[in-house]
Design a protein around this ligand. Structure first.
Ligand code: F6R
Length: 613
């Protein structure tokens, strides 16, 4: 959730911290802070003004030490304790000589705090994090150095952490450690850096390393040493970063969401690029599963959250229809608590744009314990999930800054459908000609997305017509159902309006009771065998006074008589249609949010990467 930045060996440490924190703002945060070592002491500044906190920090830091040896900074999204200044990071020990920032959750913080208080420590905040500062202070009293004190402190901690520590006693040293929450370190000749996310460091260095679980990094100016938590040296693998900083900026659009929606054709094309050879063979070389293993799969289980879960639901139709493999799609946070039946013929696919969502990561770990094969579909190279899975299928959507996922979801659907066709190819469940047709249809999505996106003005006009509405139902059937769920999620998270997604046929089993004049029903009816039935469901809500918006395929003249508004999209293969059909629903959510004066890139209460359970 939170963002971390740190540097040692740069005279302009404070500027580096504040610039880095600004680049991390997209993750969502409610408060921010920095600490600097210089002039023999630790200087600390914190602000809790929501999304203005980093700007406030800039104003507060004229008092910073003239000599800046090292510094750490943090943007916080509250998990324990209110989002106020006292709870903002960095936190200090009793003496004010140790400063720490932390992402994750210390599960045993209450018992640790109790024993620290009994020993005379004074804890100033309500956070789970602060106990770490006092634990380290306590270990330092044994006469060990900071590195050893951090190791000893972590030995009694349960939970997840990306922890970064400085001390005025060892001014140019930063000690960092990771378990579950991501942490990246980087180095140049003069300075060393660390951050929770790659974009925060890209303008400083491309020599980056992602810490693995239970690793500790010792940063000094121009040098980084990585060990495990016992102190055994490890040889890190350098991180390959293909993105440039420019790619993380808005590129002329009003906001990241518009930019990222517009990037969907490229995201989809890049995800397919190089994965279909000249003979029509599908090449997924990082999958790391032999054809024999792929043929032995008896069941697929997709685990994911939010929009990635919706991409998984879309893929279920493809895995079952094309590859004839029974498929379950689970909300990751529920998966491991239902005692799922898994074995070495189960393929578990984690889907996550960030590759860091802790619920999905833990679901995958559970599946590993039960012997399943693990594959992850991730947009972030070397993400935690990518490192833990047997195989990876990277979506190549580029960095997504807007909190609401758009281009990454399109890329996920396409990656998963390509995987379904690969399984079908290896297992021989589709005729060659049929498979070739599907591959052609996948290749055409780039152009169809461009056409759908170009109709944004028509969607803006529909949004204008719905500006006073506050209740939305999104209906779909078959592959249109996940599209409806995703349309409802986009609308509620961006506009804060009430929106629900339902399978059209489920309406009469309850939800229809709330349909009345003023309700808006958005029906996805772009084709497939259930189009007629979908239109019958639309008639039912129309008869009860709902305002009806229909998403229909080009050439479908019939829908006009049933709808108050029609959103036309280019038609495609019914299992691929969600990739295109979601575009006007993204745009509808976008325009309704803008109409309400809301920040589309940073919806309230949400964060881009959810690294807490
Ligand atoms: C909604 C959205 C979230 C994410 C969910 C999973 O627009 O972005 O619902 O899809 O938090 O995140 P990842 O894909 O990073 O695992």
């Amino acid at each position: 959730m939170c963002g971390i930045i740190g540097v040692t060996g740069a005279a302009d440490a404070l500027d580096i911290l504040l610039d880095g924190l600004e680049r991390l703002e997209y993750r969502g945060y409610d408060s921010a802070g920095v600490a600097l070592v210089g002039d023999g002491a630790i200087f600390q500044a914190r602000a809790a003004e929501g999304t203005h906190s980093v700007a406030s920090l800039r104003a507060m830091t004229q008092l910073a030490p003239v000599t800046q040896v090292a510094g750490i900074g943090h943007t916080r999204w509250a998990t324990h304790g209110q989002p106020n200044e006292t709870n903002a990071h960095p936190h200090l020990d009793c003496s004010g000589a140790v400063a720490i920032v932390h992402n994750g959750i210390i599960e045993n913080h209450l018992e640790l705090a109790e024993s620290l208080v009994a020993q005379g420590h004074v804890l100033a905040s309500e956070t789970d994090t602060e106990v770490l500062a006092h634990l380290i202070e306590d270990r330092l009293r044994d006469g060990v150095d900071l590195e050893e004190a951090v190791r000893r402190a972590l030995a009694v901690v349960r939970g997840a952490f990306a922890l970064v520590v400085m001390s005025s006693a060892e001014p140019d040293l930063i000690v960092a450690a990771r378990r579950i929450s991501p942490l990246i370190v980087g180095v140049t000749e003069q300075a060393s850096f660390l951050a929770s996310d790659i974009p925060a460091l890209l303008d400083r260095t491309r020599d980056l390393i992602a810490l693995e679980d239970d690793q500790l990094a010792v940063l000094r100016p121009g040098s980084v040493v990585i060990t495990d938590l016992e102190g055994v040296l490890v040889t890190p693998t350098p991180l390959i970063v293909e993105w440039d900083l420019e790619a993380t900026q808005r590129g002329g659009y009003d906001d990241f969401m518009s930019k990222e929606m517009a990037e969907q054709p490229r995201a989809v094309a890049d995800t397919l690029r190089g994965r279909i050879d000249a003979t029509g063979g599908i090449v997924l070389d990082q999958l790391d599963l032999t054809d024999e293993q792929l043929r032995a799969i008896s069941k697929i289980v997709v685990v994911a959250c939010g929009s990635s879960y919706h991409a998984g639901l879309v893929a279920k139709y493809a895995f079952e229809r094309w590859a004839r493999i029974p498929t379950e799609v689970d909300i990751a946070s529920e998966f491991r608590y239902r005692d799922p039946v898994l074995d070495d013929t189960t393929l578990v696919i984690g889907v996550s744009q960030s590759g860091e969502t802790v619920d999905t990561l833990q679901a995958m770990r559970h599946a590993r314990e039960d012997g399943a094969h693990l594959v992850v579909v991730s947009n972030v190279v070397d993400s935690s999930m990518a490192r833990e899975a047997d195989g990876v299928l990277y979506t190549r959507a580029g960095p997504e800054v807007c909190v609401a996922s758009t281009k990454t979801v399109a890329a996920q659907m396409v990656a998963l459908e390509l995987l379904a066709l690969h399984l079908a190819q290896v297992r021989g469940t589709l005729e060659d000609a049929t498979l070739a047709e599907h591959l052609v249809a996948l290749g055409e999505l780039e152009g169809l997305l461009t056409i759908a996106l170009d109709r944004g003005d028509a969607v803006a006009a529909v949004a204008e017509g719905l500006a006073d509405a506050s209740d939305f139902f999104f209906l779909g059937r078959h592959a249109g159902f996940p599209t409806a769920l995703e349309g409802a999620l986009k609308l509620k998270e961006l506009s804060y309006l009430h929106a629900e997604g339902y399978p059209g046929g489920e309406l009469k089993h309850g939800p229809i009771a709330v349909i009345e004049p003023g309700c808006v029903v958005v029906a996805v009816a772009t084709g497939g065998p259930l189009r007629e039935k979908m239109l019958s469901n639309v008639s039912e809500v129309k008869a009860r006074g709902a305002t009806v918006v229909i998403v229909a395929a080009d050439g479908d003249e019939e829908v006009a008589s049933l709808a108050d508004f029609v959103l036309m999209v280019p038609g495609t293969d019914e299992l691929l249609s969600p990739v295109v059909d979601i575009v006007p629903l993204q745009q509808l959510a976008y325009h309704l949010a803008r109409h309400r004066g809301l920040d589309v890139d940073r919806p309230r209460n949400l964060a881009k990467t959810v690294t807490v359970e």
